[in-house]
Design a protein around this ligand. Structure first.
Ligand SMILES: Cc1cc2nc3c(=O)[nH]c(=O)nc-3n(C[C@H](O)[C@H](O)[C@H](O)COP(=O)(O)OP(=O)(O)OC[C@H]3O[C@@H](n4cnc5c(N)ncnc54)[C@H](O)[C@@H]3O)c2cc1C
Length: 296
């Protein structure tokens, strides 16, 4: 069945890039018209098979990837992942999953077998440097490595890049194939749910001469918030010169429980702020402050 928004795929192969990352190659007819944006950090929502039924349920895919009808399939897990690469001719799409404890998506990837089904949403990207391309700074933890790797493969040779990357273990270093000039700083046994993150500290210690034209950051959401604040308040960067995203939430279950329990009045203020239609970055400043007030 053809679907404009969601794309059906199957696992073609699984390979460990290193002990901290597993690479899944997906294939299938449903990828023939996959609307890749070409933005190198593009990401999609992945819908994983329901553990009980082995099928995927989604409102826009009425017949699941098997014999049974959708109404017989319970809810399925979904998460957002980066499209590491996409080959339209081969109808092949690659996703790199970080290995971490307790994650349904991560566990699925580690055990994925040829033929296992997966559904993807259409992708979006956020990395869009405009004219300030010469010196770029990248900060991320392991979840940002797939996007960073793809970005570095697209940049012109004269671009000077500094990438500061925190990883759980020295064996999780990644072999980039940059088309630009690249200096890499690895922060080992740092962040990634195994230790306090050190990306903010690394950012604060950069000498003024290293100030970049464009900054891209991806990682745990509290670090992302602190880094974004530093870029806006200390470095006074306009929003066209940075892209910062919280890719995951540490101790997510506790965080969700705390979010559920926050004062209804504060929740209303947050929701009102998001729907106010004002400048998005100003809203984000306001919401970040309110979330911090709530300890989230
Ligand atoms: C735009 C975007 C792009 C992303 N791209 C990638 C990508 O290419 N590769 C990738 O691996 N991830 C990527 N992520 C992050 C990924 O979506 C999250 O890590 C997600 O929570 C993993 O889902 P899960 O089902 O494995 O774990 P969950 O069920 O969400 O979480 C289970 C437990 O694991 C913890 N946890 C979640 N993620 C991590 C982690 N990375 N390290 C340590 N502990 C963790 C949670 O706090 C929770 O306690 C991206 C996220 C976004 C928003």
């Amino acid at each position: 069945m053809k679907n404009r928004t969601f794309h059906q795929a199957r696992v073609s192969s699984r390979e460990f890039v290193n002990p901290g990352m597993v690479e899944i190659v997906l294939e299938g007819e449903g990828l023939g018209d996959y609307p890749s944006t070409g933005i190198p950090d593009e990401f999609a929502r992945l819908y994983f098979p329901n553990n009980d039924a082995g099928l995927i349920r989604h409102p826009d895919i009425p017949v699941a990837l098997g014999q049974k009808r959708e109404r017989s399939v319970g809810p399925c897990h979904s998460e957002v992942y980066t499209i590491r690469s996409f080959d339209r001719v081969k109808r092949e799409l690659v996703i790199d999953f970080v290995v971490h404890k307790g994650g349904k998506a991560s566990t699925w990837a580690q055990g994925a077998r040829q033929g296992d089904p997966l559904v993807l949403s259409s992708p979006h990207g956020m990395y869009r440097p405009q004219t300030w391309k010469r010196k770029q700074l990248f900060l991320c933890d392991a979840t940002g490595i797939p996007a960073l790797a793809r970005i570095l493969e697209t940049l012109p040779s004269e671009t000077e890049c500094l990438a500061i990357i925190e990883i759980a273990d020295p064996t999780h270093r990644y072999e980039f194939q940059p088309s630009c000039r690249l200096e890499t700083v690895w922060l080992e046994r740092s962040g990634n749910g195994v230790a306090p993150g050190r990306l903010c500290e690394a950012l604060h210690s950069l000498p003024p001469a290293r100030l970049p034209d464009y900054v891209w950051m991806a990682g745990e959401h509290k670090q992302a918030r602190a880094i974004r604040r530093h870029l806006r308040q200390q470095w006074q960067l306009p929003c066209e010169r940075y892209a910062v995203a919280g890719y995951w939430i540490e101790k997510r279950a506790e965080w969700m429980a705390a979010w559920k329990d926050i004062e209804p009045a504060l929740k209303r203020r947050i929701e009102t702020s998001w729907s106010s239609g004002r400048d998005r970055e100003e809203i984000r400043d306001e919401v970040d402050a309110m979330m911090e007030e709530a300890g989230l």
